[in-house]
Design a protein around this ligand. Structure first.
Ligand SMILES: Cc1cc2nc3c(=O)[nH]c(=O)nc-3n(C[C@H](O)[C@H](O)[C@H](O)COP(=O)(O)OP(=O)(O)OC[C@H]3O[C@@H](n4cnc5c(N)ncnc54)[C@H](O)[C@@H]3O)c2cc1C
Length: 388
């Protein structure tokens, strides 16, 4: 089988078409200008991708993690910023979908499925860093109908462009036990919400990963997702699996694209005395190793995603392991692809230089590789994941 073939279903064909026709043309500008990838995202929404993971009864496509992985990989082969922006929208939409009230379906899920609404996840805070499940933002009930939300969120992908934000906060006391927090949907036009300076990352430059300040923002109590304090359930049943698969697939896409760049270079390159570079045994051996690494980690991600969709008990551990493995292999593959592409790949503005900068985010986006491996070890040893 040709390892470079695209997917089969209508959804995958459309995703690949959008990636090749729209994202590929925009990717370099998005990176250069650190521009939020509006054109690609609006095209995805217009083609019905907004409700990819929203259940069919709410008007969505009712797809699971495997399809999310495949779509994010296809998009990220052309533009990783678009891949993660779309992925984070899907994570936010999946969190909204699991226990949506009638009012939430009408206000958020219907417009999401109609391609009129982008959402995203705002969990990380400066005070708690990689521990995204320990918010310090406070959610105080100020009347029978409203909460007041105060705090600061950092690295909010789609920041200032999304129509709504799934924000984590501690209801009542700030020092609630780990994982006992709540999530509320915060509309972008809320009074008291303001944005820090534009994102200027080393890579993932189209993400608009900005700081969000919430000063006594009044949020309707109807925007609470699930019940107050029950987010430990969401963390391990929705947020972590969707978040990890979207991220893993994004960086798989970057690794695929880097390897393809290297292949294109090597297949074309000839030296005066020794002929085609593709005939060099060391180069062939390196491609064999890198292709095996990519194929192995892709199968881990897709297999873990499918096992989650099938409700298998160990699916979450497999998902955690697959993101950690992707992190290691994607960074190696992109690095090696740079070597195999020689001086051309190492030039300023090359596609590989973007891939190299983009892929470095994989280890530090939480759950980080270290955190995942610690969680897997704890699970193996029977130690509670969120205990010190
Ligand atoms: C491009 C990008 C997009 C992002 N998008 C989102 C988003 O949409 N929503 C969101 O909520 N967050 C998002 N984040 C935040 C991200 O997931 C991380 O949580 C955040 O970058 C890590 O926090 P920090 O920078 O404060 O790291 P620090 O807390 O300063 O940690 C620095 C490093 O130290 C190590 N470290 C830290 N604490 C520990 C520990 N206890 N044990 C072992 N090692 C540790 C880790 O290697 C870590 O990378 C994004 C980040 C980036 C870079």
């Amino acid at each position: 089988m040709n390892p470079w073939q695209g997917g089969g279903s209508a959804i995958l064909k459309k995703a690949e078409e959008i990636a090749k026709d729209v994202l590929a043309a925009e990717a370099s500008r998005v990176d250069r200008e650190a521009a939020w990838p509006e054109k690609g995202l609006r095209t995805l929404l217009a083609e019905g991708f907004g409700g990819l993971v929203v259940p069919r009864q709410y008007g969505g496509k009712g797809q699971g993690l495997l399809m999310l992985a495949r779509v994010c990989e296809l998009l990220s082969r052309e533009c990783a910023s678009t891949g993660i922006c779309f992925g984070m929208h899907c994570v936010g939409a999946s969190v909204m979908s699991v226990n949506a009230t009638e009012a939430q379906k009408e206000s958020f899920l219907t417009p999401i499925c109609e391609g009129k609404h982008i959402t995203t996840l705002s969990l990380s805070e400066l005070g708690t860093g990689i521990h995204f499940y320990l918010p310090q933002t406070s959610l105080i009930a100020v009347s029978p109908d409203f909460y007041s939300l105060t705090g600061e969120k950092v690295f909010v992908t789609n920041g200032s462009y999304a129509d709504s934000y799934v924000v984590s906060a501690v209801a009542g006391e700030r020092e609630a036990p780990a994982g006992q927090f709540s999530c509320v949907v915060v509309p972008n036009n809320s009074l008291g919400l303001s944005w820090g300076k534009p994102w200027n990352g080393v890579g993932m430059r189209g993400n608009s990963s900005r700081t969000m300040t919430l000063r006594s923002v009044r949020i309707p109590r109807a925007n609470l997702l699930g019940r107050e304090g029950d987010q430990i359930w969401y963390i391990f049943n929705v947020i972590t699996p969707f978040f990890l698969v979207a991220m893993a697939a994004t960086y798989l896409g970057v690794a695929y694209s880097a390897l393809d760049e290297a292949r294109t270079h090597v297949v074309r390159r000839r030296h005066a005395h020794t002929g085609a570079l593709s005939q060099a045994p060391v180069v062939q051996h390196r491609f064999g190793t890198l292709w095996g690494m990519l194929d192995r980690t892709r199968r881990l991600v897709y297999g873990a995603a499918a096992s989650f969709d099938n409700g298998e008990p160990d699916a979450l551990i497999s998902i955690m392991a697959s993101k950690a493995e992707v992190a290691d292999s994607a960074v190696t593959i992109v690095n090696e692809a740079m070597t195999l592409t020689g001086g051309r790949g190492y030039s300023e503005g090359s596609k590989l230089s973007r891939h190299l900068r983009d892929v470095r985010a994989v280890h530090l986006m939480s759950p980080t590789t270290d955190l995942l491996r610690t969680w897997i070890g704890k699970s193996f040893l029977g130690v509670p994941l969120l205990a010190d």
